[in-house]
Design a protein around this ligand. Structure first.
Ligand code: DGJ
Length: 723
C-alpha cells in the first residue's frame, strides 16, 4: 500500500511502515522505518535542527544543519559531508551534487530492470512508487523506485539515473538504496568467511565513521556476503528490531553504514563505487541492481522469514513451483579428475536401487583435463576418457532409473586450451600487464558480447545434443585484472558490464533449456546471492562437506537464504577438508535440511551404510515439502553455544522436524531442553523416540528434553507429527 498525503509518502506492508517527507518541496527525507504505525503527520516528531560549528541551510522556516537531516538519497554537497548515495561528475569535472525533489508516480506492479535479475515484475499485488529527484545545475535526474511486497514485509529499492544534458556525464557512484536512521545505537551483523568457511555470522557494535561489507573480487564472494543487518543491542533470534539489507547482485558491491557525530546511521547499498565509473551519454539512463529492505520486530529469525518468503514467492527460478530439486550423487570427492567412462559407469551402477535421482559428472570430462591446469573453455568431451562419448554413461544412468547431470565452468579459460590458442585476447586483461592466474586459470571477458555468444552456442549445442537434466555451474576464481582493452578510457565500466554478460548467458541458457535444473557454485559458496538465485534455484553451499563445519555454514547462510536454495551432500570420512571422522548418521542429519545428495563412491561404503541410503532418500522425500515450503527456525546457535539446533515446520504446521547436533562436548555435560517454535499451539503433536504427546503450546514452552547429552559429533532428530 502506497499513499501520498501532506507531503509525506507512506509505504505500508503487513507489519511495517516506511515514511518519507518532502521538506519545503525540495529535500526528500526519511521520517520513519520500522514497526507499523498510524498515518499521522510526522513533522512534530522531527529532530531536525541547527548545530553549532556546522553548515546550515534554510528549511521549513529554520536554519538547520544538513547533519541533522535524514537524507533519503544523499549527495556530496549542500553541507553534507557523509557518504553520497549518488555521485555524478558533470561538465568541467564538477562533482558537487544537489538533488531536489521533483515529482512522484505510483504504479501497480513492478517494472523490470534491463539486463539484470530482480524480484518478480509480473506480480499484481505489488505497487511501486517512483520518486524523481533532479540536480538542476548538473542537469540529471534520479528516479528512486520502491516496490512494496506487503505480505513479505519487504520493500525492494533501486535507482535510475538519467542524463538530461546534451553531453556525456560520468556516474561515480550509483547506490541502489540509501536510508538514514536518526538517534540510533545499532549493532551490525554480517556474513563473513573464506573459501570452505562461508557465511559465519558476525555481529559487532557500530562505531563512528564508516562500517562496511564489500567485494572487489568480481563476484559477491566467499568473504563477505552482499547482506547486512542492523539491530538493537538486545535483539535475539526471536525478539527485537532488525533491519535487513540484501542486494540482488553478484559482482563488486558495497554496503556502507556511516555513523556520524550526532548518532545518525546512514546506509548506502549498491555497486561498489571503487573501480566503478560509468559514462552516460546525452539522454541515456543507468539502472542499478535491486536492494531488498526488510524490517522485523521478531528478531533475526523474523528477518530471515521475510527474506525466505520473498525468495520463494518472488525470485525467478526459486519461485517456480514446477522446479523439482533432485537428490543427486556427485563424483567430485569420489574421483576428482581421475576417471574414465568405465570408472564412471561402475560408480553409477553402485547406485542401483538406492533411489537417487541424478548422477552429476563433475570437473574433468572435457578437453584433456587431468588436473586443474588445462582445458577450461574447451567444452568438448575428452575422447581419451570417453572414447564413445557420453552416450553409454547416460544410458547406464537411465537404466538405473537416474538422470544425468554435468559440470561446467562457463566463465573461465585455461591458457592451455584450444579456446585460448584461438582467442588469446578473450581473457580478462588489459594491454598493460599479464593477467594473474588463480587455480591456473584465467577468466573470460564477458563484457564482450562475442565471448558470451560463443559460450552460449557451445553450451546450448551440448545441452541440446545430450540427454542432460542438470547443470552444475561453477566459478572457481575471482577477477584480478579488472578491465578490457575495448573500453579504452572507460575501464570503470568493466566490472558491471562483465556481470551483465554473465546474467545474459544465464538468462539465455536457462530460457533455452527450461527443463534443465541449474545449480550455482563458485568454489562452493563464493557466489551465494539473490542475483544468481534468480536463474539457479539452488547453490552448492560450500566445498567444505564436513558435517560439523556445515552446521555453522548452513546456519549462517539461513540468515538470508532459505534451505530450499542450499545443497548439502553426505561425503566420505575422514572428511577431505578437515580430516574429521563423523558418524554416517550425523552427516545425513546435517545434510537433510537442504537439497540433499551424496559426494562419495557408494561402492566404497560399508554394507551397513549402503543399506541406510534408501532410508535416507525416503527420509528426504518426506522432508522435501518442509524444506521447499515450510518455515525454518534457528533454535540453538553453533557460533555461541555448545549445540546447534534448527527446525523445519510444514506450511500447515502438521509436521515439524528438529535437528540437534553437538558442537562442543565436556565431561559430565548437563541435560537440557530444545524449544521448538512455530507450532500450532492447539494441535496435539507426538514426538518420535520420546513419550511426548502434548499440545504445541506446551511443547514450545517446556521444550523437548535432552536427557542424555550428545556425544562428540553426535546428532539427534525429532519428528513432531500432529495426531
Ligand atoms: C569447486 C566446486 O565447489 C567443487 O564441488 C568441484 O566442482 C570443483 N570446483 C571442481 O573443480
Amino acid at each position: 500500500m502506497i499513499l501520498f498525503e501532506n507531503s509525506s509518502f507512506y509505504l505500508e506492508t503487513k507489519n511495517t511502515s516506511y515514511v518519507m517527507r518532502v521538506l519545503d518541496n525540495k529535500v526528500l527525507s526519511n521520517a520513519y522505518y520500522g514497526k507499523k504505525i498510524g498515518r499521522c503527520n510526522l513533522n512534530a516528531f522531527s529532530l531536525i535542527r541547527g548545530i553549532g560549528y556546522s553548515p546550515s541551510i534554510a528549511l521549513e522556516g529554520k536554519n538547520v544543519s544538513p547533519l541533522m537531516i535524514p537524507w533519503e538519497m544523499p549527495t556530496y554537497g549542500q553541507g553534507n559531508f557523509g557518504l553520497p548515495g549518488i555521485s555524478v561528475i558533470g561538465a568541467d569535472n564538477r562533482f558537487v551534487n544537489e538533488l531536489s525533489y521533483e515529482s512522484y508516480e505510483i504504479i501497480n506492479g513492478k517494472p523490470s530492470i534491463k539486463g539484470m535479475p530482480s524480484f518478480d515484475t509480473n506480480v499484481e499485488d505489488v505497487q511501486t512508487l517512483k520518486i524523481t529527484l533532479r540536480d538542476k545545475a548538473l542537469n540529471y535526474r534520479v528516479i528512486l523506485y520502491y516496490s512494496v511486497f506487503e505480505k513479505e514485509d519487504v520493500i525492494t529499492r533501486r535507482t535510475e539515473i538519467v542524463n538530461m544534458t546534451d553531453e556525456q556525464i560520468l556516474i561515480k557512484s550509483a547506490s541502489s538504496a540509501a536510508i538514514e536512521f536518526q538517534s540510533k545505537k545499532f549493532q551490525m551483523t554480517t556474513l563473513k568467511g573464506s573459501w570452505a568457511r562461508e557465511r559465519w555470522i558476525d555481529t559487532y557494535d557500530l562505531h563512528q565513521g564508516v562500517n562496511s561489507v564489500e567485494s572487489r573480487r568480481g563476484s559477491s564472494s566467499h568473504q563477505l556476503n552482499p547482506f547486512m543487518a542492523l539491530s538493537e543491542k538486545n535483539t535475539t533470534e526471536h525478539m527485537g528490531d532488525v533491519y535487513g539489507f540484501a542486494l540482488v547482485y553478484s559482482a563488486d558491491f558495497k554496503i556502507s553504514v556511516e555513523v556520524n557525530e550526532v548518532d545518525s546511521v546512514r546506509v548506502i547499498a549498491g555497486i561498489n563505487p571503487e573501480n566503478f565509473c560509468w559514462r552516460l551519454q546525452a539522454g541515456e539512463s543507468f539502472e542499478t541492481p535491486e536492494c531488498v529492505l526488510t524490517y522485523s520486530a521478531d528478531g533475526f529469525n523474523g528477518m530471515s522469514h521475510n527474506f525466505h518468503n520473498l525468495c520463494r514467492n518472488h525470485l525467478g527460478k526459486c519461485a517456480d513451483k514446477n522446479v523439482k530439486h533432485p537428490i543427486v550423487i556427485n563424483n567430485w570427492e569420489a574421483t576428482y579428475f581421475n576417471f574414465n567412462d568405465e570408472k564412471i559407469i561402475e560408480f553409477i551402477k553402485a547406485c542401483k536401487g538406492l533411489g537417487i535421482d541424478t548422477m552429476v559428472l563433475d570437473d574433468g570430462w572435457f578437453g584433456h583435463r587431468d588436473n586443474d591446469d588445462s582445458s577450461l573453455g574447451d567444452w568438448f568431451i575428452d575422447e581419451k576418457k570417453f572414447p564413445n562419448g557420453l552416450e553409454k554413461v547416460i544410458e547406464t544412468c537411465k537404466s538405473q532409473g537416474m538422470n544425468f547431470g554435468i559440470w561446467f565452468e562457463p566463465e573461465m579459460i585455461s591458457r592451455d586450451s584450444d579456446l585460448f590458442r584461438a582467442h588469446p585476447d578473450w581473457c580478462i586483461h588489459t594491454d598493460l600487464r599479464e593477467p594473474v592466474e588463480s587455480r591456473t586459470q584465467l577468466v573470460l571477458d564477458y563484457s564482450r558480447q562475442e565471448v558470451v555468444d560463443y559460450i552460449f552456442e557451445v553450451m546450448d549445442d551440448f545441452l541440446s545434443k545430450n540427454d542432460i537434466s542438470y547443470v552444475k555451474w561453477d566459478m572457481n576464481r575471482n577477477i584480478t585484472d579488472n578491465g578490457s582493452n575495448w573500453l579504452g578510457e572507460y575501464q570503470g565500466e568493466f566490472s558491471h558490464r562483465n556481470i551483465l554478460g554473465v546474467y545474459d548467458l544465464e538468462k539465455r541458457l536457462t530460457e533455452a533449456h527450461p527443463d534443465v535444473f541449474f545449480e550455482g557454485c563458485a568454489g562452493g559458496g563464493g557466489r551465494v546471492d539473490f542475483g544468481i538465485l534468480y536463474y539457479m534455484p539452488q547453490i552448492w553451499t560450500s566445498d567444505d562437506t564436513d558435517s560439523i563445519e556445515r552446521l555453522r555454514i548452513q546456519y549462517g547462510t539461513s540468515l538470508v537464504y532459505p534451505p530450499s536454495t542450499m545443497s548439502a551432500h553426505i561425503s566420505a570420512v575422514p572428511n577431505h577438508q578437515t580430516g574429521r571422522i563423523t558418524p554416517f548418521k550425523s552427516r545425513n542429519d546435517v545434510a537433510q535440511m537442504c537439497n540433499f545428495g551424496y559426494e562419495l563412491n557408494v561402492a566404497k561404503l560399508p554394507q551397513k551404510e549402503i543399506e541406510q541410503i534408501p532410508k535416507q532418500v525416503e527420509e528426504h522425500r518426506g522432508l522435501e515439502p518442509l524444506i521447499q515450503d515450510g518455515d525454518y527456525y534457528r533454535l540453538l546457535n553453533p557460533f555461541t553455544g555448545k549445540q546447534c539446533a534448527w527446525e523445519l515446520v510444514s506450511e500447515d504446521k502438521k509436521k515439524a522436524y528438529v535437528m540437534l547436533a553437538a558442537v562442543n562436548i565436556a565431561g559430565n555435560d548437563t541435560s537440557y531442553y530444545v524449544k521448538p517454535r512455530g507450532l500450532n499451539p492447539e494441535f496435539i503433536y507426538q514426538i518420535n523416540d520420546t513419550d511426548i504427546i502434548a499440545d504445541g503450546e506446551t511443547i514450545m514452552n517446556v521444550g523437548i528434553p535432552v536427557v542424555e547429552p550428545l556425544g562428540e559429533y553426535e546428532t539427534r532428530t525429532f519428528y513432531l507429527t500432529k495426531i
